[in-house]
Design a protein around this ligand. Structure first.
Ligand code: SAM
Length: 278
């Protein structure tokens, strides 16, 4: 499949799931706040309420994209990773993960995963691999790691005996404690060989005064949303080796080359870290 667009599961006669425009979706709210066009009136209304509750939300989302770019570039350039599993990909937003890693290593292979039907319908934009590498898209739920790990598209794109970078940017807040996000991450990392990496971004309310935050606006819109503390974030990387500078505010993680001054803790209230599987 090297260098070819892999449409299996996208237009190979498989029926696309319906797009529900009567309820807001997190991918479309995010797309709207980042200035995209793939959103509906319900998403824009939910976004307005979330931004009213947290005036820094747009800054935080832009900082998340910047963190993703820095982390993925570090994984490809400094750590030499050539395989990526990106879960909770979102609507295509350039530069996408494969564009960043294949600029450094054209032979790199990237599997994207999301559970939102609208991301599936736009997945072609994620499948523009370099000829030397490969990209594919898997429509699946992070809460079902067994299904993700056994998907034939994933298995024909990634060699799970070689190191993989698992990237989870701004997605774990949508997995409530009751669904055991720590167990899900451990299961995914457990399937990867030594020398693999986990790159994470997770919003926190550690820096907000009481009552500030967009979590309630999301929940009122029917979307599970949970902030996590630094200790709760640290549980995701337990047993792994933190890459310097460790768990940081997302606006600070290896951000020396970014425009200064960096957004404050309140403006970019999320943690980021990369950890290596020993
Ligand atoms: C805020 S966006 C983040 C997109 C991208 N990772 C980024 O950082 O720019 C969250 C994405 O996670 C996806 N998502 C939420 N819950 C999910 C789940 N249980 N399984 C898979 N994807 C999920 C949403 O559909 C959405 O596309």
């Amino acid at each position: 499949m090297t260098g070819e667009w892999d449409f299996r599961g996208i237009d190979a006669g498989e029926e696309l799931p319906d797009i529900d425009t009567s309820v807001p979706h997190s991918a479309r709210i995010y797309d709207y706040i980042l200035g995209g066009k793939d959103n509906f009136a319900v998403d824009r209304q939910a976004a307005a309420k979330a931004m009213a509750a947290n005036p820094h939300l747009a800054t935080a989302m832009r900082e998340n994209r910047a963190l993703m770019r820095r982390m993925v570039a570090w994984l490809a350039q400094e750590a030499g990773v050539r395989q990526f599993l990106d879960i909770g990909t979102g609507l295509p937003t350039s530069p996408n993960v494969h564009e960043i890693v294949q600029a450094a290593a054209p032979e790199a292979r990237v599997v994207y995963v999301d559970n939102d039907p609208i991301v599936l319908t736009h997945a072609r934009a994620l499948l523009t691999s370099s000829p030397e590498g490969a990209t594919t898209y898997v429509h699946a739920d992070l809460r079902d790691p067994g299904k993700i790990l056994s998907d034939p598209r994933l298995l024909s794109t990634l060699d799970l005996s070689q190191p993989v970078a698992l990237t989870l940017f701004a997605v774990l807040q949508f997995i409530p404690d009751a669904d055991d996000p720590w167990g899900i991450v451990a299961r995914l990392v457990g399937a990867l060989p030594s020398g693999s990496y986990l790159a994470l971004q997770h919003p926190t309310r550690d820096f907000y005064p009481d009552g500030v935050g967009n979590d309630r606006a999301y929940r009122n819109a029917g979307i599970a949303f949970q902030y996590r503390t630094k200790d709760e974030f640290a549980r995701f990387v337990a047993g792994l080796e933190l890459v310097p500078p460790g768990i940081q505010l997302m606006s600070q993680w290896r951000a020396e080359q970014e425009p200064q001054p960096r957004p404050s803790a309140a403006e970019a209230a999320a943690y980021g870290a990369i950890a290596r599987k020993p």
